[in-house]
Design a protein around this ligand. Sequence first.
Ligand code: PLP
Length: 371
Amino acid sequence: MSRPAIAHIRLDAFRHNYRVAKKHHGGKALAVIKANAYGHGAVQCAKAIENEADGFAVAAIEEALQLREAGIKAPILLLEGFFEATELPLIVAQDLWIVIHHVWQIEILLAAKLGKSVQVWLKMDSGMHRIGLSPAEYAATYLRLSQHANVAKIVMMSHFANADNLDSQHTQQQIAVFKRATAGLNSEVNLANSAAILGWQHAKSLFDAETQWSRPGIMLYGANPLKTSSLNLSSTDQNDVLRPVMHLTSRIISIRKITKGESIGYGSIFTADRDTIVGVVACGYADGYPRSAITGTPMAVDGKMTRLIGRVSMDMLFVDLTDLPDVIIGSQVELWGEQVPANTVAAGAGTIAYELFCNVKRVQFQYSDVK
Ligand SMILES: *Cc1c(COP(=O)(O)O)cnc(C)c1O
């Protein structure tokens, strides 16, 4: 028998979530599948929606080429554009779309001999202060690019810093900055990440519905990024609920009893405050389960909820089986997935579901799809 740690990826759930994202936003949607589709497998995820996706977004040309080699013909946007001039011939040959976020890219793009024009997504820094042109230089740059033979269509784009926080005023401020700086420019607009799609629906009413794009990422994988859970996707309509895509499971490989006062694992950081049944699960931080997860982080064994105890080690972790007397060697453990939301594990580890998903490795990946 091989090691039982498995990431089961439900492609039907991924496709469902893409449809939810599109429905919520109302415009066209680039499915963000950078970083190997947040650890889920970029080629498999892209293929699951290639007949209906308006396009895909990735972080770099290597990720785009992997999709092209797998036969994906849909548009692909490079979210940071090119990093070097040498990428431009491939960008043209593979018909990729590029973000332009800085003047150094503009000088390279306009000096290049391309023989064909490239679609540009011109990024504005409307307040996140990561990448993008300043609002003051945006319109002039737009006009300069729009007159150049190397540039095909231009889509206007920006990114939100705090869309996951519904109490923050920052998103509205960023939208106001973006609107002001693009006044009079007649182009399609791409602003919304998952949090904006879910939490800032009124934002899109500021722009023409037909000219809008969104860039859903994390919601495609079934995790809601909003800080407040009160505004959940309309729980009344089951068709609108996000479905978890990754189901990380393993099995119990050892069970022992410890008496009150005994400790377990590295650092002996968990000491039993009652006689305790301890299960050992074949999954550790080398598989992507976070070492920072604290005692009490939820976990399901044979479908019943219990908790992580002690320190996560490289290949194994401990689970509290005291109240689950029926559990045996070989019982299945869900680390996250259907019963255990990745968001709650992330909270127990002081991180976000994005990072958990991206870190999954070494486990067997199994894919299923229900059409
Ligand atoms: C990663 C990324 C997204 C997707 O964000 P989510 O929060 O996962 O929806 C959208 N836009 C840009 C520029 C990104 O880098």
